[in-house]
Design a protein. Structure first.
Lengths: 500, 375
């Protein structure tokens, strides 16, 4: 079979599009530590015209493309099969006329109906749905920097904020803001994409919200997004913000989960948090003598008797929308409620992030399978199952997000930097998902950043039909991520090759 | 070196890509990816990295570690890889014909005789004493880079030390600190220079060493300390002068100056965590005319050149971006605490390779402070 890469590279050279065929190992995996081999070509387009050129050539020559943005990629969606082509999208709409990613772009603003709002008039729209039109390569962190002087912020920010906005859409990411605004499928109102067409490529725009919702989480399956409108929200002052934490201490983990689950159901009825995060308290998060252990509010949270379990919930939202939280907590004798300041809340949030497993000297084991608890009332049974499998094994703890309509639990066993523990942790994660993500617990397996390589494999028959219909509409040539449409993807874990 | 070499298995990288997101080199070259190179190293391809150009293009600015959730030492790995590459006769490109490195190798010869104190004529200094002023390569830079004076920083530092009641030792035996050698993989020369400098300083009886260069400061304080236990304390002049100003030992008149802003050098900021002292000193001198840039402290942009080894068109774009950022504050002077940053920005302002940045000077903090010193 003819290797199409050299000709493609020649074409790119002629078209003045940056690429690399020499050093491709850096793109052999992502934060999933999954691999399908080394790609053969990495392309770095600067703008929509260059994307059109790339997609057109690939379409005419039947070459598969894997778009890759700038986030972590924890589901393997940004890796290509051996010898494949990866298109880096993180510069689209964010480079200066010299092709350098320097300085910040100036977005335009729109209402949900698509009417432009002048920058100076933004303040008169504080109660409206407002969207910023941005290049695909912009990150939420960068957009937040642009919006800060205007008194606005991104409505939904995945925990790090460093991922690109188009990447967030492609993975249907959630994060801070999701309890109130939803995941990325709910906060995008306009998309511009380069898609394949027989004999070439075309730029299409999508404004129909149902179609946009369908396209979210597509993991690059339909085309390359070049521009999109993303929802922004007024930045709340400290006075307007309610920040609090609730905790629950019980010596039986199943009962603990039942109480917490019931509390979550009740609080969701009367409050509307912007941030709702949780973690199991774990003293192993701290080094001996850590100053935080003497913090007047945080220290006591981690002071609990051996053999008992403590669940910590963190809530932040608009003061008027969180007013009922204290009274709900009062109805649960085992739940304590404490309002706190934004500074302490931020420390707690940072701790919650650290609890995911990103700690020096150890690594959160890849795989990134998550347990999606569809009904918080099942939390007790789920926690019991998790602990029965993980207790006595590698360190780790359940942490997660309380989204409207379900909980996402991350459990990351923490491995020391050696191949044996890496393998052990990988096996533990696999076992955890196999035994806990079942109908018995009313849970499903998810991956943190979209379904990735298992997009098709984990989909129901109805979802598969939907994927195929969208694929036929937007990628009739079938050049985008064709390997994702596999019932049994060839997933290989590189973790046991690392740290030899 | 006594330091334990870093190996791939010391790198707790979780591939989150934050390093690449903040990397200045990635801003100007999309193919440059610390995350990717870490993956490459973890996958056992460290030798391929050594053989390629990537390892020489890292600015070692440490922005990656600032963003890293697992404190992965990519920059430490770069240093190791450069050392290994050097052993295989691989080298970096240098726009100055490797002049600095040649100079360092010459200075590493114990028999070489230097006359490096001409700039200090008429100023007060000693042969022996408690304080040693480590001038670094400032006397040489005057002959290497034609834009601006570099010994003016040394003169200003000496003036301020004298005003604070200190008559420091200056020595013709002092050598380059070896920073460029160390970061370009030539540990052998670095070790020789470190040994000679430690012996020279110790022989004067000095217990405190003052530098006015962020790179000399970090090299002496951190890298020399890895070579052997130091019989002296190392301090950057800006920390000392800020402290003396606080104590009333130095007094400045607030002069009507054009707006000033401050550029955090990588070695003083991200490497040594010194952010407040320069601002304190600058506010004491410039008062309300001091304005902050957008990217400051740990988020500050690097000047674009690491150890004179990777200056190219991308460097000029980074410098242009930073100088424009300074200009946007309304400042007409961008102040720094690293003579090398000043050289690199000075090079841009002198050559204007992209477009002119009007009405902006780059100056060292000691010069500004010395001019404002009350008699």
């Amino acid at each position: 079979m003819k290797n199409l890469i050299p000709d493609f590279a020649d074409h790119l050279k002629t078209a003045g599009i940056a690429f690399d065929t020499r050093n491709v190992t850096p793109y052999a995996s992502d934060a999933s530590f999954l691999t399908m081999g080394k790609p053969g070509l990495i392309i770095f387009p600067n703008d929509e015209a260059q994307v059109l050129e790339v997609v057109g050539y690939a379409s005419r020559n039947g070459i598969a493309l894997t778009p890759r943005a700038k986030g972590s990629g924890t589901a393997g969606a940004s890796i290509a099969p051996e010898g494949g082509v990866i298109v880096i999208t993180d510069r689209l709409g964010v480079v200066n006329p010299f092709g350098r990613r320097l300085g910040l772009p100036t977005p335009r603003f729109y209402t949900a109906a698509g009417t432009e709002i002048l920058r100076d008039a933004l303040d008169s729209h504080r109660n409206d749905e407002v969207y910023a039109r941005v290049g695909a390569g912009l990150s939420t962190e960068e957009l937040d920097r642009i919006l800060l002087p205007l008194g606005w912020q991104c409505a939904v920010v995945p925990s790090s904020g460093w991922s690109t906005i188009a990447g967030n859409f492609a993975t249907n990411a959630g994060g801070n803001g999701t309890p109130k605004y939803g995941t990325f499928q709910n906060v995008v109102s306009y998309l511009k994409m380069v898609v394949s067409r027989p004999g070439g490529a075309e730029v299409v725009t999508v404004t129909d919200r149902d179609t946009i919702r369908d396209l979210a989480g597509g993991q690059g399956l339909y085309g390359i997004i070049t521009e999109l409108d993303v929802r922004i929200a007024p930045r709340l002052s400290k006075q307007e913000l309610h920040s609090s934490f609730c905790s629950c201490l019980i010596d039986d983990v199943e009962t603990l989960g039942e109480v917490v689950g019931a509390f979550m159901v009740e609080m969701e009825k009367v409050t509307r948090p912007i941030i709702a995060e949780f973690m199991m308290a774990d003293k192993r998060l701290f080094k001996p003598g850590d100053k935080l252990l003497t913090h007047p509010e945080i220290g006591p949270l981690f002071d609990y008797p051996e053999g008992s379990y403590k669940f910590i919930m963190m809530y932040q939202g608009r003061r008027d929308e969180m007013a009922e939280l204290a009274s709900v907590a009062n109805r649960f004798p085992k739940v304590t409620f404490q309002e706190t300041g934004t500074e302490t809340f931020k420390i707690l949030l940072d701790l919650r992030k650290a609890a995911t497993g990103k700690s020096p000297g150890r690594v959160a084991i890849p795989g990134f399978e998550d347990i999606y608890v569809q009904d918080p009332r099942d939390l007790g049974r789920v926690l019991k199952a998790i602990y029965s499998i993980t207790e006595g094994s590698l360190p780790g703890r359940p942490i997660g997000h309380q989204y409207t309509g379900g909980l996402v639990i991350h459990y990351r066993p923490l491995a020391s930097l050696n191949r044996a523990e890496y393998k052990l942790a990988w096996e533990l994660t696999q076992r955890l998902c196999a035994e806990v993500c079942t109908e018995r617990y009313n849970t499903v397996k998810r991956r943190e950043h979209g379904l990735g390589l298992e997009l098709y494999a984990l989909s129901s028959p109805a979802e598969r039909a939907r994927l195929k219909a969208l694929k036929a509409r937007f990628d009739p040539v079938g050049i985008f991520q064709p390997h994702l449409m596999s019932e049994s993807p060839d997933i290989r874990f590189v973790g046991d090759k690392l740290y030899a | 070196m006594s330091r334990k070499p870093i190996s791939a298995s010391d790198l707790p990288c979780i591939q989150c890509n934050k390093c690449t997101h903040v990397c200045p080199q990635n801003m100007v070259d999309p193919a440059f990816t610390p995350r990717g190179y870490l993956l490459q190293a973890l996958m056992g391809e460290g030798a391929e990295l050594e053989a390629g150009p990537e390892v020489w293009r890292c600015l070692t600015c440490l922005k990656c570690r600032e963003a890293c959730p697992s404190s992965t030492d990519w920059v430490g790995l770069v240093r190791e890889l450069r050392h290994n590459a050097k052993g295989k006769d691989q080298c970096f490109e240098c726009k100055h014909g490797h002049l600095v490195q040649i100079l360092q190798r010459m200075m590493a010869n114990p028999a070489i005789e230097q006359k490096r104190l001409g700039w200090a004529e008429g100023l007060e200094f000693a042969d022996r004493g408690e304080w040693f002023y480590f001038t670094g390569c400032l006397p040489y830079f005057d002959n290497m880079f034609t834009f601006g004076s570099h010994t003016s920083i040394a003169k200003a530092t000496l003036k301020l030390l004298n005003a604070g009641g200190v008559v420091p030792v200056l020595s013709n035996q002092e050598r380059c600190c070896g920073y460029e050698c160390l970061w370009n993989g030539d540990r052998e020369t670095f070790s020789k220079l470190a040994k000679l400098n430690i012996e020279t300083i110790a022989a004067t009886g000095a217990k405190k060493v003052v530098t006015s260069c962020a790179e000399c400061f970090h090299t002496l304080k951190a890298d020399y300390a890895e070579e052997r236990e130091l019989p002296f304390e190392v301090v950057h002049s800006v920390t000392l002068f800020a402290q003396w100003a606080r104590e009333g030992r130095l007094r400045f008149r607030k002069t009507p100056t054009p707006g000033v802003t401050y550029h955090d050098p990588c070695r003083l900021g991200r490497y040594e965590g010194i952010y407040d002292a320069p601002r304190e000193l600058l506010k004491g001198v410039a008062g309300d005319s001091f304005k902050e840039m957008e990217r400051i402290r740990g988020d500050a942009l690097c000047c674009g050149v690491g150890n004179f080894s990777n200056c190219d068109s991308n460097t000029k774009f980074l410098q242009h971006d930073r100088l424009l950022e300074a200009r946007r504050t309304g400042a007409e002077v961008m102040v720094t605490t690293c003579p090398k940053c000043r050289i690199h920005y000075g090079c841009y302002l002198d050559g204007r390779p992209i477009e002119p940045v009007e009405n902006l000077q780059v100056r060292d903090i000691t010069e500004i402070a010395a001019e404002a010193l009350e008699p």
